[in-house]
Design a protein around this ligand. Sequence first.
Ligand code: MTE
Ligand code: MO
Length: 208
Amino acid sequence: MDLSRLFGNKSQRQAADPETRPDGRVRLPPGQYLTRNWPVLSYESTPRFDAETYRFKVWGQVAEPFELTWAELQALPRTVLTADFHCVTTWSRYDNQWEGVHIREIIERTRPLDSVRYVVAHSWTGYTTNMPLADLNDDDVMIVFSHDNAPLKPEHGGPVRLIVPKLYAYKSAKWLSGLEFLASDLPGFWEVRGYHNHADPWEEERYW
Ligand SMILES: Nc1nc2c(c(=O)[nH]1)N[C@H]1C(S)=C(S)[C@@H](COP(=O)(O)O)O[C@H]1N2
Ligand SMILES: [Mo]
């Protein structure tokens, strides 16, 4: 009898549901549960988007501050990436397929000065969220326009949001309008209201 058909062999199990990540951490961070649907969490109501007036701004302590129109932002090189998403309210959603502009496309163009340690992501609603430059400047961080092969829905931050998979999702600003590079830290919307300043899911950095 072929037991692997009953239980699956190890490599098949890992392919279907890997329990550890390449960095050795468990896939599901402590205290999280897995959901297959995608909850909406916004403090503000879903804003309208105007492609004519939209600008993506990059400023602060950078060699080249810049401003892109919607068409210019759309025209940057595109990347597709699959990543897990972890909300501080304890749901996690695996294998989200994101398409958009890799963060390094922005960082290479703006060239943060050596003094930069932090970045604030801004939404056109006024929402902000802060993180160390080192957490933003990572292989899996993107400015995305689509999710699982469909345009990003307005309530999920469409048509453009930030995705920082390795931190709790409040760092993934919806309705992204810009990035501000700073030498010192500037806590954002939730960070001044009791959410942890750093938000590493594997350290359960949820609240103060
Ligand atoms: N502009 C804005 N971005 C935001 C939020 C918000 O309230 N406003 N909520 C954050 C939080 S707490 C989470 S969990 C995720 C939720 O993203 P989703 O609604 O697409 O699931 O968006 C983050 N980005
Ligand atoms: Mo959240």
